[in-house]
Design a protein around this ligand. Structure first.
Ligand SMILES: [Zn+2]
Length: 61
């Protein structure tokens, strides 16, 4: 796990885990997931309301 930098918004440390960035690098700025989703409006590409929500991601079986 390697420290990449800090979230531009909240200052949370953002690490690289096994080649995966545990955050979002956007135009040279670094964000944690929470701040990036907030900055993004949180409703960009999920088709809005009507289907899914977070239950869609629960993989119980
Ligand atoms: Zn943040």
């Amino acid at each position: 796990m390697e420290l990449v930098g800090h979230c531009r918004v909240c200052g949370t440390a953002v690490y690289c885990k096994g080649g995966f960035l545990d955050g979002v690098s956007d135009g040279g700025a670094l964000y944690c997931h929470a701040c990036f989703e907030e900055a993004d409006g949180g409703q960009a590409d999920d088709g809005g309301a009507g289907r899914g929500k977070s239950a869609d991601r629960v993989d119980g079986s």
